[in-house]
Ligand binder design. Structure first.
Ligand code: TYM
Length: 333
């Protein structure tokens, strides 16, 4: 059976990378799959320090943003990770399956821990094991994410395979990453070689889902480019990561091929292209923002969606975990 699982951290504002790389694809996939699980991963969030009040607020906000973006809470399961015990429990079992050598290769840990590795939380190190547990607690098969999560999903496959081999079972599926569309790697507006991220200090590096039309116009106008005209073909992207990123963003927002966008704006000045990009981004985000505002004014509704999601998620993961206990040899009395 095919089952979609994906997640997003409730840390700070969602940005255009989260939307184009992940959430918009979830909205599109729900039509073919139905019964998808979309998780606000609060356990992952605390691998770095989070202010408790902000965490609670962020959790509601991310759930609301998923709904505002078009995830149908009636057809899908929207919930927060900490409220379903299977995640932490299976993660512990996977801590005993995954090898240190595997985790040592994870580039996201290296990026996030930075130079002060000794001071990173153990949770940050074991983060990918929890991710594997998120998916496999539901025997998830397909995981729509942005490019940056690919390595973690390969690890989830390795964990599933080793578990199956160690115990001589064919229990966990090997998850397939779904990385598609032209927004799989949205880059920072200040540096086209770095991905757009919630953690970059400058807010000018990203377009937040909640930015006003003015903010969006200002951020694109200030976005780094180069002194040449807009490339007329993707062949001219070589050595021009900022141009590639902005044209890719336009293509992604317009649902057009990047070649077409190059043909349309190629040879012209960036200033004109940036205005068109800002206008397009504002037009695409406005309906989501309207809906988000409406949902923010109705926290009880959002809480109700999460509560129902938690119930359903427990209902699916509970029996999977019981089978895992059986396989591992935990004595049930
Ligand atoms: P998070 O919260 O960092 O990001 C959520 C989703 O947004 C995608 N994304 C991007 N896509 C394109 N360009 C970008 N600049 C960009 N930045 C972020 C991410 O790839 C992701 O799909 N570890 C995950 C959350 C998670 C998860 C899971 C995902 C926890 N458990 C199980 C899938 C399955 C994360 O931190 O995503």
């Amino acid at each position: 059976m095919k089952r979609i699982f994906s997640g997003v951290q409730p840390t700070g504002n969602l940005h255009l990378g989260n939307y184009l790389g992940a959430i918009r694809n979830w909205v599109r996939l729900q039509k073919d799959f139905g019964d998808c699980l979309f998780c606000v991963v609060d356990l992952h969030a605390i691998t770095m320090w989070q202010d408790p009040k902000q965490l609670r607020r962020g959790t509601r906000e991310v759930a609301a943003a998923m709904i505002a973006a078009g995830i149908d809470p009636k057809r899908n399961v929207i919930f927060n990770q900490s409220q379903v015990p299977a995640h932490a429990e299976l993660a512990w079992i996977f801590n005993c399956v995954a090898r240190l050598g595997w985790l040592n290769r994870m580039t996201q840990f290296k990026d996030k821990a930075g130079k002060d590795r000794e001071n990173a939380s153990v949770g940050l190190y074991a983060y990918p094991n929890l991710m594997a547990a998120d998916i496999l607690a539901y025997k998830g098969t397909h995981v729509p994410v942005g490019e940056d999560q690919k390595q973690h999903l390969e690890l989830a496959r390795d964990i599933a395979q080793k578990f199956n081999n160690d115990f001589g079972v064919n229990f966990f599926p090997l998850v397939e990453p779904l990385i598609f569309g032209s927004g799989t790697r949205v880059m920072s507006l200040r540096d086209g070689t770095k991905k757009m991220s919630k953690s970059e200090a400058s807010d000018y590096s990203r377009i937040n889902m909640t930015d006003t039309a003015d903010d969006i116009a200002k951020k694109f106008r200030k976005a780094k480019t180069d002194p040449h005209p807009v490339p007329a073909s993707p062949k001219e992207f070589e050595g021009r990561p900022e141009a590639e990123n902005l044209l890719g963003l336009y293509a992604s927002l317009a649902d057009a091929a990047v070649e077409e966008v190059c043909r349309r704006f190629g040879g012209g000045p960036f200033s004109k292209f940036k205005d068109a990009l800002a206008e397009l981004a504002v037009a695409k985000l406005a309906p989501i923002q309207d809906e988000l505002r409406r949902l923010q004014a109705a926290p009880d509704f959002v809480d109700g969606v999460l509560r129902e999601g938690v119930e359903k998620a427990r209902g699916i993961s509970g029996p999977v975990l019981r089978e895992v206990h059986e396989i591992v040899g935990f004595l049930r009395l």
